[in-house]
Design a protein around this ligand. Structure first.
Ligand code: AMP
Ligand code: MG
Length: 432
């Protein structure tokens, strides 16, 4: 049975209105905004079939089912002697049969109750045997072997299918293939799997003040840090940078770049110009496209710090995430909103990062009614240390920290020793 899949030309496109937030709230709580994203988005990346060597890091496009049992047969977990456990733990003497069972070279005979045969790790259990005695617990005496039976019948025997059984689910749709998963896929008899192609993302930095990295004439300029940062974040997600551009605050230039981005990429990530000021050309362009019914625009006022409004929209069929210009706000908004959304567009299951509760090593005047993310790291005393400043332009704090403290929407001031939810960058899919 076939089903509509991401990238399938027959599957419906994302609607221009897919970034609408639930009405009512003036400042939407983070969790509500995330729930809206989760509901609206679905995979849009193309699907391809890849051989096992090329799967690492990809998202699987189907539920992957084991084609065979692993192990295929009952076999020995140690080197020793296979026999039928007589019950009891008394040392017993068995007739030693000729030959042996080794991995890939089974013994062809069948054992009677008083017989044993040499078996090596991975060797198939001979007919009639249910237990393997350790080599160290055996003494060969001519054509006999004296064995100390292990405590349990079935000891040192691996069961057919004990790792995975034919028909069992190896990976769910949307799982990211890890090296561990590659080993399980191979063992379960899979040589090729349908996976999503890397999501193609266009990255656009906006602002008259921006200069290319490496620029030396910097009279009134700011070096574009967001472009390279977002490109690196995209790569950590398993997506691909399809276009990387810097545009000045000029409507025609911006629209031309957005057009190119929509042609080349599955999704667009911008930074800067996302608020509602007179130099916020991105928001203005999206708003006009939405008014012409050629796109979509929602200015997301989310109750989160750092993070000014986000411009969320559709440009010529491509979902667009308009991040704030301040690098720290861009980073946090990427980690909290764009990261799960782009992962899902690229075929990954929707994920909610799992935090760990750790004691705070600082006091902080948290305001109720907004979620706050602080740059923190784990101190040697096992408590979280906070970066010296909440300044939204301090990239040094991103480098200093190894994750974010996630202070809940409803929480008030934080005192030293209070438990804090710590989201490591690794848990957020970001290399630290
Ligand atoms: P905006 O959101 O466009 O109002 O920008 C807010 C602040 O972020 C300004 O100080 C900008 O200079 C700075 N900024 C905007 N874009 C970038 C960028 N790509 N790299 C570094 N800083 C930026
Ligand atoms: Mg700007």
């Amino acid at each position: 049975m076939s089903k509509a899949r991401g990238g399938d030309p027959t599957s419906p496109r994302l609607s221009n209105d897919c970034f609408a937030l639930p009405p009512g709230a003036h400042w939407t709580p983070v969790d509500e905004a995330l729930a809206a994203l989760r509901k609206a988005l679905r995979p849009v990346a193309q699907v391809e079939s890849l051989s096992i060597e090329a799967l690492n890091g990809r998202f699987v496009a189907e539920e992957v089912i084991a084609r065979r049992d692993h192990p295929a047969t009952d076999n020995a977990a140690v080197d020793g002697y296979a026999f039928a456990h007589p019950g009891g733990r008394a040392e017993a003497v068995f007739e030693l049969c000729e030959g042996r069972s080794a991995a890939g070279a089974p013994w062809s005979g069948a054992l009677a109750a008083n017989q044993a045969v040499r078996i090596l790790t991975g060797g198939e259990m001979p007919e009639g045997a249910d237990t393997v005695a350790l080599q160290e617990d055996a003494t060969v005496e001519g054509r006999q072997v004296r064995l100390l039976p292990p405590k349990n019948r079935g000891a040192n025997r691996r069961r057919a299918g004990e790792n995975i059984e034919v028909g069992a689910v190896v990976l769910k749709e949307g799982a990211r293939v890890s090296p561990q998963a590659v080993a399980q896929l191979a063992s379960a008899g899979l040589a090729r799997v349908d996976v999503y192609r890397p999501l193609k993302v266009a990255i656009i930095s906006t602002g008259d003040e921006l200069a290319a990295p490496g620029s030396t004439r910097l009279d009134h300029q700011v070096i574009d840090a967001n472009g390279p940062m977002l490109a690196a974040l995209i790569q950590d997600l398993g997506a691909e940078v399809a276009l990387s551009a810097r545009v000045s605050d000029d409507r025609a230039a911006l629209e031309a770049t957005l057009d190119e981005a929509a042609r080349k990429a599955d999704a667009i990530l911008t930074s800067g110009g996302a608020s509602a000021g007179e130099e916020d050309h991105l928001s203005a362009a999206l708003q006009e496209a939405a008014a012409r019914e050629e796109g979509g625009f929602h200015l997301w006022r989310v109750a989160v710090k750092p993070g000014r409004p986000l411009a969320m929209g559709m440009w010529k069929g491509a979902p667009l995430f308009g991040l704030p210009g301040n690098p720290v706000a861009a980073f946090v908004c990427f980690a909290i909103f764009a990261r799960p959304a782009l992962t899902h567009l690229g075929g990954g299951a929707w994920t909610t990062p799992k935090g760990v509760l750790l004691p705070s090593g600082f006091n902080y005047p948290k305001k109720r009614g907004r979620r706050e993310f602080l740059r923190v790291r784990l101190g040697e005393d096992g408590r979280l240390e906070k970066f010296r400043s909440e300044g939204s332009g301090l990239i040094s704090g991103l480098l200093w920290s190894d994750g974010l403290a996630d202070l809940p929407h409803e929480a008030g001031p934080l005192s030293e020793g209070d438990p804090v939810r710590f989201l490591s960058y690794t848990e957020l899919g970001i290399r630290a």
